[in-house]
Design a protein around this ligand. Structure first.
Ligand SMILES: [Cu+2]
Length: 472
């Protein structure tokens, strides 16, 4: 595999089986049916892909339908959809519908009981897309130390669930997926220390900065940017000199208080929907704030009509990202039951080895399940006692931020939240989708090394135990 840019990048450490109801049973049956007629609404083919992110920089990876990212899937909220997945690779695969409220049997997590798509085999997923908003789909296998697998690959794509009615006060819509390529395990500078994932090149959609089509705009236009951080482990910060982002949704869910900001920050798996009003004619870089990462490909050019010349970049002025500015005054009533504490810790596993992770002192699959009863509202307290921040994700449900690093808030609904190092975050969720639901850090390196637990509903038997281990 070619190394596209010689400069080795510093990888910014991020400091700072259940009782089924009829509906689920039918969905499970559909999931197990061999894909045959009637024809599926959508077909996804998992196969090797050669991705030329820049001239003479070809990435060998695995993707959907011959590309990376895969096609943007536009679905209608509430209208059932069937997706046939053909796995043309030699390893079992699985597709997770990130942010959708679907049954465990089709959610796309083996730990919840979703069947795998066998090597050189197929599987049909049938579900009802909801809620509306910017969701995505991606592989949900483990990688361990094998960085040619799982979310290190090109197996990701947008899944946009169109609302029944959309005011759509914008002139154009652009989907932008951020990804890192050519990963390897290395240490930060010294030979000693814990291994981390380091990327050598980056892209927005399938191209490195300067090598794709620019986003072509006209003065006065309002452009809706739907941005996804599909990087397996890294957080990204984005700016567009001379412009502001009006953040209207986080993880696809409208925020109570849309606001203009200079800087966007997205942890792995997070999405931001932001409208930019084009009032600064020129040629600009929408890119990662970190120079090395931007120069290694993480950016895209924004070009006004009849403007030419090299794309301009300027450092944003010390803005910082804060979820709570998009929230309401705290007004969430106390939860129905006591707060569920979840303590995250790191376990040093040796020099030149990968750290292990624990939730309340145990690593998956030994982590204690988070037991819930249907239709109750729970408050989870994420207590991050480690020196890294973690993008934690809850499958099949959304949660509302109630407290972020000491700031009380309400109304911000997400499915991933970055829990800063040595800080606490509290979120509420209603247990309204019975079936095992995975809770995990979305950093591939963390989830593969223990940072995972299952939410289990009372009255439902636990998910069938599954093989889970490191393939590397
Ligand atoms: Cu993590």
């Amino acid at each position: 595999m070619p190394v596209c840019w010689r400069a080795t990048l510093y990888n910014k450490r991020m400091e700072s089986r259940p009782a089924m109801d009829r509906r689920q049973f039918l969905a499970a049956l559909a999931a197990q049916a061999a894909p045959d007629s009637p024809k599926a609404d959508i077909t996804l083919r998992i196969s090797p892909v050669e991705l030329e992110i820049a001239p003479r920089c070809t990435i060998q990876t695995t993707g959907y339908n011959g590309s990376a990212p895969g096609p943007v899937l536009r679905l209608r909220e509430g209208r059932p959809v069937t997706v046939d997945v053909h796995n043309e690779t030699p390893i079992p695969e699985i597709v997770h519908w990130h942010g959708l409220f679907v049954p465990s049997e089709v959610d796309g997590a083996e730990e919840e009981g979703t069947p795998m798509v066998p090597p050189h085999g197929s599987r049909r997923y049938t579900f009802v897309p909801r809620p509306s908003g910017t969701r995505w789909y991606h592989t949900h296998v483990s990688a361990g130390r094998n960085l040619k697998r799982a979310t290190y690959t090109g197996q990701f794509g947008f899944l946009y669930v169109e609302p029944a009615s959309d005011p759509g006060r914008y002139d154009a819509e652009v989907f932008l997926a951020l990804h890192g390529w050519e990963p390897y395990l290395g240490t930060m500078g010294a030979d000693e220390g814990t291994l981390d994932v380091i990327y050598q090149s980056f892209s927005v959609n399938s191209r490195a900065l300067g090598y794709g089509d620019p986003i072509r705009v006209r003065e006065g236009q309002r452009i809706m940017l739907r941005i996804l951080n599909a990087n397996a482990t890294m957080l990204h910060r984005l700016a567009l000199p001379g412009h502001k982002f009006e953040v209207v949704a986080l993880d696809g869910n409208r925020v109570p208080a849309p606001r203009e900001v200079e800087l966007l920050e997205l942890g792995p798996a997070e999405r931001v929907d932001a409208i930019v009003t084009m009032r600064q004619p020129g040629v600009w870089i929408l890119g990662e704030v970190d120079d090395r990462i931007r120069k290694a490909g993480l950016g895209v050019v924004v070009e006004y009509a009849s403007r030419q010349g090299p794309a301009q970049w300027a450092e944003p002025s010390g803005a910082r990202w804060d979820y709570t500015i998009f929230g309401r005054r705290p007004d969430t009533p106390p939860p129905d039951v006591e707060v569920v504490p979840l303590v995250f810790r790191q376990k040093f596993a040796g020099n030149r080895w990968v750290d292990h992770w624990t939730i309340n002192g145990k690593s998956f699959p030994k982590t204690d399940p988070i037991r819930v009863q249907a239709n109750r509202r729970y408050r989870l307290r994420f207590d991050n006692q480690s020196d890294e921040s973690h993008p934690v994700h809850l499958h099949r449900h959304s949660f509302e931020l109630t407290q972020f690093a000491g700031i009380a808030t309400s109304g911000v609904v997400k499915d991933v939240v970055m829990v800063p190092a040595r800080r606490q975050v509290e979120v509420d969720f209603v247990a309204d989708n019975p079936g095992p639901s995975l809770f995990h850090c979305h950093m591939q390196l963390h989830m593969d090394y223990g940072f995972m637990a299952l939410v289990e509903y009372a009255g439902s038997p636990p998910a069938a135990p599954v093989r889970h281990g490191h393939q590397g």
